[in-house]
Design a protein. Structure first.
Ligand SMILES: NC(=O)c1ccc[n+]([C@@H]2O[C@H](COP(=O)([O-])OP(=O)(O)OC[C@H]3O[C@@H](n4cnc5c(N)ncnc54)[C@H](OP(=O)(O)O)[C@@H]3O)[C@@H](O)[C@H]2O)c1
Length: 338
C-alpha cells in the first residue's frame, strides 16, 4: 500500500541556503541521505564545498541517491559509507571507514536518519527497531566518533553534533521511560495505530524524546569542558519526505488520512531547514533547538527555522541521567565527555 504525496512547494529553502557560509575544508557526516531531509542536507553541504560522508545501509536507494547527488553537484565531494543503524556491529564497522575519510577530523555529525511508527519488532541486538535506528545507534556513533569531533575542534575551533527530533517528542507522552531503551524489542505494546497513543506511535514518541534528551545531556556535559563542540537538536515540522511512505507501507497509517495530513505540511527542502541551519549557520549555539516552532501543533508544522531553548520535560537531571545510563548499557560501553 502506498500513498500519493501532495507535492508541496518550497517557500523558505532558497533564502536559507543563500545565507549560509562556504563549508570548504569541513568534513560532515550525515546519516540517512537516501531521501528526505538527509538528502537535501547532503546536497546543500556538497554545494557549499564540504566533504560529505553519506552514512546509509546498503540498498538500491543508497546507490541511486549517491548518483543523484553526484549528478546535481558534479564537483561535490561525496563519500558513501555503509552504516546500518539497526545493527550495532555495522555502526562499529562504519567508524573505521569514517576515520579513513576524516583524517583531519569530523566537523559535523548529523544524526538525521529515522523510521516512524513501525511494527513492534526487535533488531538483531534485541532492541526496539525504532529506538535502535533513531537513537541508540546514533548514541554509539557519537561515542565512537567523539575523538574525531575533538580533532576537528582542536584544528578548526569548533565541531557540532546534531540530532533530529520531532513534534512527536511531546505526544502522546512527555515522560521518557526506561523500558523503551532496554532490550525489550518486540515486547513494547504491539501494533496499535492510533496517533493519540497507539503503541507504534508511543514507541516513535519515545525515540524522538530520546533525541532531545540526548542533546540536553550532551550539552550539559560539554558545557562542563573547555571544548567548543556544540550539541544541537533540530526538528523539521511536518515535511513531505519518504518517512510517511515507509509508515504507510508498514501499516502504521492509512494512505487517505496521510495525504490529507501532509497537505498541511511543507516540502522536504523546507523540512531540512532545521538540520541545515544547525550544520552551517554561525549563529546557532550549543543547546539550541532549531525548527519552525515549538508551541502548539500549528505553529510547529511549517515555516522558517529558528532557534529555541531546550524544554524542561527532558532537560532535567533525572531524564538526562536516565538517557545516558540506559544508552551506555545498550551499547555496552561507558561514554565520558572530556
Ligand atoms: N518528515 C517529517 O515530517 C518528520 C517529522 C518529524 C521528524 N522527522 C525526522 O526527520 C528525520 C529524517 O526523516 P525524513 O522525514 O527525511 O524521512 P525519510 O525520507 O524516510 O528518510 C529517512 C532516512 O533514514 C534512513 N534510514 C532508515 N533506517 C535506517 C537504517 N537502519 N540505517 C541507516 N539509515 C536508515 C533511510 O534510509 P533507507 O533508504 O535505508 O530506508 C532514509 O535515508 C528522521 O529522524 C525523522 O524522525 C521527520
Amino acid at each position: 500500500m502506498s500513498y500519493t504525496k501532495p507535492n508541496l512547494k518550497s517557500k523558505h529553502y532558497d533564502n536559507l541556503f543563500n545565507s549560509l557560509p562556504s563549508l570548504e575544508g569541513k568534513t560532515i557526516a550525515i546519516t540517512g541521505t537516501t531521501s528526505g531531509t538527509g538528502y537535501v542536507a547532503a546536497n546543500a553541504c556538497g554545494k557549499l564545498g564540504a566533504k560529505v560522508l553519506l552514512l546509509n545501509r546498503q540498498s538500491e536507494r543508497s546507490v541511486k541517491s549517491y548518483e543523484s547527488l553526484k549528478a546535481n553537484t558534479p564537483n561535490g565531494d561525496f563519500i558513501r559509507i555503509e552504516c546500518d543503524l539497526q545493527n550495532f556491529n555495522s555502526v562499529k564497522e562504519s567508524t573505521k571507514n569514517i576515520e579513513e575519510s576524516a583524517i583531519e577530523g569530523l566537523d559535523v555529525l548529523c544524526n538525521n536518519a529515522g523510521v516512524m511508527a513501525l511494527e513492534d519488532i526487535a533488531t538483531v541486538d534485541g532492541y526496539d527497531v525504532q529506538m535502535q535506528t533513531n537513537h541508540l545507534s546514533h548514541f554509539l556513533l557519537v561515542k565512537l566518533l567523539f575523538p574525531l569531533l575533538k580533532k576537528a575542534e582542536s584544528l578548526r575551533g569548533e565541531a557540532r553534533i546534531i540530532n533530529h527530533s520531532s513534534i512527536a517528542r511531546k505526544q502522546p507522552s512527555k515522560n521518557l521511560k526506561s523500558a523503551y531503551l532496554e532490550k525489550n524489542g518486540g515486547n513494547l505494546g504491539g501494533n496499535g495505530t492510533s496517533i493519540m497513543g497507539g503503541a507504534r506511535w508511543l514507541r516513535y514518541n519515545q525515540t524522538k524524546l530520546a533525541n532531545a534528551a540526548f542533546t540536553a545531556a550532551l550539552h550539559h556535559k560539554l558545557s562542563a569542558t573547555n571544548l567548543n563542540i556544540k550539541a544541537i537538536v533540530a526538528h523539521p515540522g511536518l515535511a513531505e519526505t519518504d518517512l510517511q511512505t515507509t509508515t504507510v507501507k508498514d501499516g502504521g497509517m492509512g494512505k487517505w488520512i496521510t495525504r490529507q495530513m501532509m497537505k498541511l505540511g511543507q516540502s522536504r527542502e523546507d523540512g531540512a531547514l532545521g538540520i541545515l541551519k544547525s550544520i552551517a549557520d554561525s549563529s546557532i549555539n550549543s543547546g539550541d533547538f532549531v525548527g519552525p516552532g515549538m508551541g502548539g501543533m500549528f505553529s510547529a508544522i511549517k515555516g522558517e527555522a529558528k532557534a529555541y531553548p531546550l524544554e524542561s520535560f527532558y532537560d532535567n537531571e533525572e531524564v538526562r541521567n536516565l538517557l545516558w545510563s540506559k544508552s551506555c548499557q545498550a551499547i555496552g560501553q561507558e561514554f565520558s565527555i572530556k
